[in-house]
Every structure is written in structure tokens, then in C-alpha cells.
Design a protein around this ligand. Structure first.
Ligand code: NOJ
Length: 584
């Protein structure tokens, strides 16, 4: 029996009544983006054997679950989020035998493996799509969204797309198939055609594939843009965006009319009756708190938690490339509303980083003078919220954004396409480049910095993406050896969630909601209360106005991010964060 199976906590069947303690309340998930994690064979691209090699590091950090970004067979148009075979491993990453070994070795260390499930779309090289596009009469034609040109227009003419929607990767969301004269829908790249979930055969094929992975030993799924699988019919035009020429189609595919029905069906067909401790998390752009309550209410049997995007959109203007500074009061209002909204029913996921987001320490902290302090502060605030925290590879080291030189430094399809489209709309290259430097997903995708050697210990070959030059200073080797490092701070936070029920399950109460620099809140359970105070600024800040402040001065300091934290509740130093506890 593996260590995962042997864990003595209670296993509750999916569908447990609200407010009951579930195993993932005290769990922390670590995301691996395999391409940039660890290379084992010198080809410059990370792989599964590389992940195995670093399992002891992850066990030292103390994480419970490892979420693997896609490793399936793929043409890699969107780094694996374009899948051409759901039941095989891309040779870049290894083989099914390597995968089985990873699962076994992770389980032996008590770490669960969660797969990325990308089923809003496939690759255009997936046999399903190849068959679908082969003729209008194909048995799989209806597995995807095929539509004739707009009425009265010729195929290929400007504006002849069936709807005016913009794709997430710039340009129209429809691509003409010259051979059959029809367009197919792709909300992402033209190599990522959307599956038609209205067709029951599609759903059955997806569920069968999911069962196959669970039977193979995986412990759940992170479901890519899963709130986009139900489209509102008939497909129709949206409102043209201010920066045109295309339109926002999201009202017709975000949380569409059948989304809850599809997820409940998936639950019945895939998860029901399985006794393992499985994890399901739905990535859901633009999801609202009210919808999230429905998605995560255990009694409704849909998913355990969702990734919402509100807090990582607060520094966006009209769109993600139009950036503005984060207002702390807005961040507190947003995260506080999610905490309150899911307090009684449902569950939050907690994250600053993932493979699609710029590095949090550069974005919300100070990656210069106070890099270490602000990285620890961000971790402290996030991990003390109620919900399941996610750590993205390198976050635990305080890795920063990448110093991109020019337009040619960007490799991600979203950035490359945006650059071209924005220049086409008349924006200046300098302005667009600046937006990319701040907002590009490539910031998250530089290789993990393991040591100070030339390629940071990531590869013995030429890395597919340059290693950040700051790896000489910021790397795992150095941090493991330093008890005051960002790494050890994350380790302590994870330990705290494991050992302290108030951190896992306590009620959340926001304090000082309007304060422009202090983030303060309490968590309470039975007779215990934990106070978190954090200074999101580079200046000293007194913490005035806390209820019963004098009591906190005498409370136990559980964790701080300065080596000599001092006694009582003095003014907080730049980017200082403290966690206090009182009560029996
Ligand atoms: C969300 C994923 O996180 C992102 O990386 C990907 O490009 C899109 N979905 C499309 O699969």
C-alpha cells in the first residue's frame, strides 16, 4: 500500500454536507510546469524524470499534492494545452512508464498527483478533429463547432466569421477550413478547436479518458477553463471591444446554461463511488462568487474548488495588457468578498501565481530591496486565508519576473500574437513591449533556479527558455541552506496549515478594510484566534485601530518574516508580516 493510501485521515465520499472538514482544507498544492521544472536528459526541456529527481525537494517543502501542467502528446502550440492524444505522454516529457514511476514515487512520499484536464478544446492534430474536419458528413463533424460563413457573405471574406468573437490569443475565434468551406470555433489558438459538449458522445469519450487516468493512479484533475464548455445557443455576436475590431463573446460561453449539468454528470460518471481522496479544481475565468458557491457546494457534487480570477485582474485596466497599480483596499475587498461568500458553503482556492501570471513578488511585492521580505509577506497573507493554497514552482524561492530584452525574447503564443496584433492596430512597439514585460505569461515560464551554475541546474544542455540571470543569487541550493530563506518560510506556512486546525478551518474576518497599506485579518475556531498583520509598503506602518489591540500585544508570535521580530505589536517594518495566536 502506498503512503498516500495509508494516510490515516478520514476519507469522505464526494458530496459531504457543507461545513464539514475535508482533507484538502489542510492540504497545499504545488504546481509543476514540466517544461521549465527540471530537465533530466540534456535536451533543454524539463521532463518527468526531472520531476522525479526533485520529489525529495518537494517532500522537504511539505506539499500534499502536485498538479502537473499538461504532459500529454501535443504539438506544443500552447505548451501542451493543445492535446493530440489524451492517453499518451509527449515524448518531450517521457513515456507512460516514466509517468507510472512518478506516481509511484510521489505516492511513496505521501504526495498526490493531479493532472491538468484540457477538454474545452483539443489540438487540431487530435484524431477526433482530423476526422471531424475531413468532411461535412464525418461521423465526428458535430464533435466540434462548425458553422457556415455569415449569411450573405463568402467564406474567407473579411467579417464572414459566423460570430464576431475575439480569441484569447488575438484575432478572430473562428478559422476557415478551406476544404469544406466552413469555420470552426477556437476560443484559444487556431490549433485549439473547441469541443462541442452538447454532443453526448464527446462527453462520454472525455469521461472514459478521465476514468482511465484515475484507474492508473492519479488523484484528481485541475480542469482547464472548464466553465467555458457550455455554450449559449445559438452562437451569436457580442459587443465589439473598445480596442476592436472583434467582440467579447464571453457572455455566450462563460458559465453557459448547461455548465452545472455537465459537471454533475461528470461527477456521476467519473468520480462517484471512488473512495480515494481525489481533488477537483475548476479553472473558471470570470466566475462570480454566487456561481462559485454552486460549483463548490459539496452537496451538488460538481468540483471541490474553483480558480477565480478577480484578484489577479485588479491591476488590469480595460484588458490584461493595460496595467495599473494595485490598490490594496481593492485587493482586500475582493479577497474578503470571496472569503465571506464561501464561508458557509463551498471552498476557496488561494493563489498569486501560476503559469499564466507574472511573478507575484515582482507584481504585488518589491523584487528589489525587499524581495525576500515581500515574497514572505505575500506567502503569509495568502496561506493564512481560508482555502487551499497553491504554490507555483519557484514561488517558494521568491523567483522574479524575467528581464526581457526585446520582442524576440517572448516565446508564448499569447504574447507573440498580441505583439503582432497591437502593432497592427497602430500601437508603438515600445508601448507594447512595456506591456509584455509586465504582463506576459513568459514571466512565469523561465526555468526553476536550482543552483548558481550556468543553467541554474535546470539542464546540462541549452535551456529552451533562458534562465533568469538572477539565479546566481536566487536559487534552491542557497535557500535550503539558509533557515531565513523564502523557501523555509513557505515550509513553515505549510507546516502550520497541517498542524493548526484554526489555519485550515477557522472563520475569516477582515480588519481595517480601507487601510491603504495594512492587510489585517483574524481566523478563529473554537477558543483560538489567529491575527495576521502585514505591511504592503516600503515604509514603517503603525497598526492602529485593531479591535482589542492591547490583547494582541501579549499574544504568542507564531510566525514573522523578519529575523528579529521584537515583542508586542510595534509598527510594522517595510513589508513586514506577523502571525499571532491567542486562546487555548
Ligand atoms: C488556461 C491555461 O491555464 C492556459 O495556459 C492555456 O493557454 C489556456 N487555458 C488554453 O488551454
Amino acid at each position: 500500500m502506498s503512503a498516500v493510501e495509508a494516510t490515516p485521515e478520514t476519507t469522505q465520499p464526494k458530496g459531504t454536507p457543507p461545513r464539514e472538514r475535508q482533507w484538502f482544507h489542510s492540504a497545499v498544492v504545488y504546481q509543476v510546469y514540466p517544461r521549465s521544472f527540471q530537465d533530466s536528459d540534456g535536451d533543454g526541456i524539463g521532463d518527468l524524470r526531472g520531476v522525479v529527481r526533485r520529489l525529495d525537494y518537494l517532500a522537504t517543502l511539505g506539499i500534499d499534492v502536485l498538479w502537473l501542467s499538461p504532459i500529454y502528446a501535443s504539438p506544443q502550440d500552447d505548451n501542451g494545452y493543445d492535446i493530440s492524444d489524451y492517453q499518451d505522454i509527449d515524448p518531450t516529457f517521457g513515456t507512460l512508464a516514466d509517468f507510472d514511476d512518478l506516481v509511484a514515487q510521489a505516492h511513496a512520499r505521501g504526495i498526490r498527483i493531479v493532472m491538468d484536464l484540457v477538454v474545452n478544446h483539443t489540438s487540431d492534430e487530435h484524431p477526433w478533429f482530423v476526422e471531424s474536419r475531413s468532411s461535412k458528413d464525418s461521423a465526428k463533424r458535430d464533435w466540434y463547432w462548425w458553422r457556415p460563413p455569415r449569411e450573405g457573405m463568402d467564406a474567407g471574406a473579411p467579417g464572414a466569421e459566423p460570430t464576431n468573437w475575439q480569441s484569447f490569443f488575438s484575432g478572430p475565434a473562428w478559422e476557415l477550413d478551406e476544404a469544406t468551406g466552413e469555420y470552426y470555433l477556437h476560443l484559444f489558438s487556431r490549433k485549439q478547436p473547441d469541443l462541442n459538449w452538447e454532443n453526448p458522445e464527446v462527453r462520454e469519450a472525455v469521461y472514459a479518458m478521465m476514468r482511465w487516468w484515475l484507474d492508473r493512479g492519479v488523484d484528481g484533475f485541475r480542469m482547464d477553463v472548464i466553465n467555458m464548455i457550455s455554450k449559449d445557443l445559438p452562437l451569436r455576436d457580442g459587443r465589439v471591444l473598445d480596442h476592436g475590431p472583434y467582440a467579447d463573446g464571453s457572455p455566450f460561453y462563460i458559465c453557459g446554461p448547461r455548465i452545472h449539468e455537465f459537471l454533475q454528470e461528470m461527477h456521476r460518471e467519473v468520480f462517484a463511488g471512488r473512495s480515494e481522496k481525489l481533488l477537483t479544481v475548476g479553472e473558471m475565468p470570470a466566475v462570480t462568487v454566487d456561481e462559485a458557491v454552486l460549483f463548490t457546494d459539496p452537496a451538488r457534487r460538481e468540483v471541490d474548488m474553483v480558480f477565480q480570477f478577480e484578484h489577479v485582474g485588479l491591476d488590469h485596466g480595460e484588458h490584461k495588457w493595460d496595467r495599473r497599480p494595485l490598490e490594496l483596499a481593492e485587493l482586500k475587498a475582493s479577497l474578503g468578498r470571496w472569503q465571506a461568500g464561501l464561508a458557509e458553503v463551498g471552498w476557496n482556492s488561494l493563489y498569486w501565481n501560476n503559469h499564466d501570471q507574472p511573478r507575484a513578488v515582482s507584481r504585488f511585492g518589491d523584487d528589489g530591496q525587499y524581495r525576500v521580505e515581500s515574497a514572505k509577506l505575500l506567502a503569509t497573507v495568502l496561506h493564512l486565508h481560508r482555502g487551499t493554497p497553491y504554490v507555483y514552482q519557484g514561488e517558494e524561492l521568491g523567483m522574479t519576473n524575467v528581464p526581457f530584452e526585446g520582442a524576440q525574447s517572448f516565446l508564448d503564443i499569447e504574447s507573440v500574437n498580441y505583439y503582432r496584433a497591437a502593432l497592427g492596430l497602430g500601437r508603438s512597439p515600445e508601448e507594447v513591449l512595456e506591456a509584455l514585460r509586465e504582463g506576459s505569461r513568459d514571466n512565469a515560464r523561465s526555468p526553476v533556479q536550482w543552483d548558481a551554475s550556468p543553467h541554474a541546474g535546470f539542464t546540462t544542455g541549452e535551456p529552451w527558455f533562458p534562465v533568469n540571470p538572477n539565479h546566481a543569487e536566487i536559487n534552491a541550493d542557497a535557500e535550503l541552506a539558509d533557515p531565513d530563506s523564502v523557501f523555509h518560510h513557505y515550509r513553515r506556512l505549510i507546516e502550520l496549515r497541517h498542524s493548526d486546525p484554526v489555519v485550515a478551518d477557522g472563520d475569516f474576518h477582515m480588519l481595517l478594510p480601507e487601510h491603504p497599506s495594512i492587510y489585517a485579518f483574524t481566523r478563529s475556531l473554537d477558543t483560538q484566534t489567529v491575527l495576521v498583520v502585514a505591511n504592503f509598503s516600503g515604509d514603517d506602518q503603525p497598526v492602529d485601530g485593531l479591535p482589542s489591540e492591547e490583547d494582541w500585544g501579549a499574544a504568542e508570535l507564531v510566525l514573522g518574516n523578519y529575523p528579529e521580530p521584537g515583542a508586542g505589536l510595534p509598527p510594522l517594518r517595510p513589508w513586514e508580516a506577523r502571525v499571532y495566536r491567542r486562546g487555548a
